[in-house]
Design a protein around this ligand. Structure first.
Ligand SMILES: [Fe+2]
Length: 597
């Protein structure tokens, strides 16, 4: 039997996707599919993220009484559609059409990358919301300086998928650990996105899954169904289609939950440590389009820098920033030849660093029966360097960096003496491994890329030199108080055995020395979150690593707090319910909590 805090059929997986990517394909607007260039080529989406066989799921231990007694049902505030007769008839007809489509799809096994039995199994399976539980058992001593709330985002589908589902497609859920005077409390809540509210009201998924469903001819059929439902007034896609499940940032006194296919959602933390969604947040009507889930706050100017990409129409990329008071700068159109996946970017003191890489969107591939997200080997990978304060993109400097594909960029800084911008990222090969199947195993190599602004040349080197000691490093950060400046250390998830995260590494970016902290036998986590001891630490690694860790033997989860200097476990907090593997987090200190808008 599945864990009782799993809201629906829990199957068990071995897979972990260490972070989120979602495209904006659902928001196609007026895209036309009138060129019926049908091709019988069968393209399956597979992923080396799912290299273990799905037929051998680990057995979940039984769930304790404690586990089952603390979960609460999802909110029941239902969206009640008041349909007229014609709408009810249209709804029935469209539901029947969808049922026929699902029936047709079930004649063939789903690829592992979009098979929900794989994607949301084991500790990827969703949990129900958890009301605040206080005074949780603590082993060790929580350092006094930790005073605030650690929040982490993740994908947690409310409704059981009826067709394809990729882990990145799940509804956003925020897990919150409040720490005050050595005492800890925990809660988790869905972010109440517009799609979540409507699907809860219908009791069935009606918004297409951006990755799990939108590929091939079935994907086109689902888009047509989606727009037909919209035209009939059976759903409202004008308020966004995003899941807000990837990133979290605290800016201008607001906690924002983000996925790159929509506006952010504001989530308020209550005095007792609970979470409530305020709503879709457009920065007082200043933001008219989606925003990526990895905006950057400059630790000195306190500005927020961001990008927005479009998979359908030019401009394919926009750059913009917000001043500390929330005022937005005008958009700057960044000229790109093709719509390009851009999950992350970097800042330095003076520049934004924009990765224009080889994983691109080709929607016409759907007509050929394939995925719209492809690896374009003929495209040249490059980085764009643009002054942060630029008012247009005419002075952007593009520096080619052949073969570089970084899903995330951990930091960047300027070295004026050599006219270089140094970029620290994990280079993933093959670049589209998350979407397509390869015989070769995925590698994620922590790399230093040097971009020479004068010569236009670049170099790239692995930071960890020993080839025999390769370790996949993904998901993590530097000390964010030094973002955009030269940093000595990065704290990165050890995605081993890929795609699980068995610990984290503290890497000396100059010597390549690696110190590892492992979560223990059959215990796995995700992004290690570095929390500085205070804002003015003179020593870069003066702080703690916070990580949700799940023990697959006992089926218990905990928060581990590890001293970043010596990698000693300071404290662990036992959680009242399971925390699924998830994506990115942030920390809001006591002053931030008090000042919330
Ligand atoms: Fe990410």
């Amino acid at each position: 039997m599945a864990a009782s805090n799993t809201p629906y059929s829990g199957v068990r997986a071995k897979t972990q996707i260490p972070h989120h990517l979602s495209s904006s394909i659902v928001d196609l607007g007026s895209i036309s599919f009138n060129k019926s260039k049908s091709n019988s080529k069968k393209t399956k989406i597979h992923s080396t993220l799912h290299s273990p066989s799905v037929l051998h799921f680990p057995t979940q231990p039984g769930t304790s009484e404690e586990d089952s007694s603390v979960t609460v049902n999802p909110k029941t505030n239902r969206y009640q559609p008041l349909w007229n007769f014609l709408q009810r008839a249209a709804a029935t007809a469209l539901d029947m059409a969808e049922a026929a489509l699902v029936s047709h799809e079930r004649q063939r096994p789903l690829p592992k990358t979009v098979d929900p039995r794989v994607q949301i199994a084991g500790n990827f399976s969703p949990v129900q919301e958890q009301k605040v539980r206080r005074s949780l058992p603590v082993t060790g001593t929580i350092p006094e300086c930790i005073d605030g709330i650690y929040v982490r985002n993740g994908a947690n589908p409310l409704l059981e998928p009826v067709a394809g589902h990729h882990f990145f497609d799940g509804d956003g859920m925020v897990h919150a650990m409040k720490i005050e005077k050595g005492s800890a409390s925990y809660s988790c809540r869905f972010t109440e996105t517009e799609r979540l509210k409507q699907e809860r009201g219908r009791g069935r998924p009606v918004f297409p899954k951006a990755i799990g469903e939108l590929h091939g001819h079935s994907g086109i059929a689902r888009l047509l169904l989606f727009y037909a439902r919209g035209l009939c007034g059976l759903l409202d896609h004008t308020k966004g289609t995003g899941v807000a499940n990837a990133g979290l940032v605290y800016f201008n006194d607001r906690l924002l939950a983000m996925s790159e296919d929509d506006l952010p959602y504001q989530v308020r933390i209550t005095p007792c440590g609970d979470l409530e969604t305020v709503g879709r947040y457009n920065f007082n009507s200043q933001l008219k389009h989606s925003m990526i889930a990895h905006p950057k706050i400059d630790p000195v100017s306190k500005e927020l820098f961001a990008l927005s990409y479009n998979v359908v129409q030019k401009p394919y990329l926009k750059y913009f920033r917000f001043f500390p008071d929330g005022k937005k700068s005008p958009d700057i159109d960044i000229p790109l030849p093709v719509p390009t996946m851009m999950h992350d970017f970097a800042i330095t003191e003076n520049f934004v660093v924009i990765p224009d890489q080889q994983v691109v969107f080709k929607l016409q591939e759907m007509l050929r029966g394939g995925s719209p997200v492809i690896y374009d080997k003929n495209k040249k990978s490059r980085f764009g360097i643009l002054n942060k304060n630029a008012t247009d993109a005419k002075d952007i400097i593009w520096v080619e960096s052949p073969g570089s594909f970084c899903f995330h960029l951990w930091n960047a800084w300027e070295e004026p003496e050599s006219n270089e911008v140094v970029v620290i990222g994990s280079c993933m090969t093959p670049p589209d491994s998350i979407f397509n199947d390869y015989d070769e195993s995925l590698k994620s190599v922590l790399s230093e890329i040097r971009l020479n602004l004068k010569t236009g040349k670049s170099t790239r080197r692995p930071i960890i030199q020993e080839s025999s000691n390769h370790v996949n490093l993904e998901a993590g950060m530097v000390n964010r108080n030094r973002l955009g400046r030269q940093t000595n250390y990065a704290y990165l998830a050890i995605a081993e055995p890929w795609p699980k995260v068995s610990g984290f590494a503290k890497v000396d970016l100059f010597t390549g020395e690696v110190k590892k902290y492992m979560y223990g036998n059959k215990s796995y986590g995700g992004e290690p979150f570095f929390l500085p001891t205070n804002q003015n630490c003179e020593t870069e690694d003066d702080g703690y690593i916070l990580a949700f860790v799940h023990d697959e033997k006992t089926w218990k989860s905990e928060l581990q707090i590890v001293n970043a200097k010596n990698l000693q476990l300071e404290a662990s907090v036992r959680l009242p319910s399971r925390v699924p593997y998830g994506f990115h987090g942030t920390f809001i200190d006591r002053r931030g909590l008090v000042n919330q808008a």
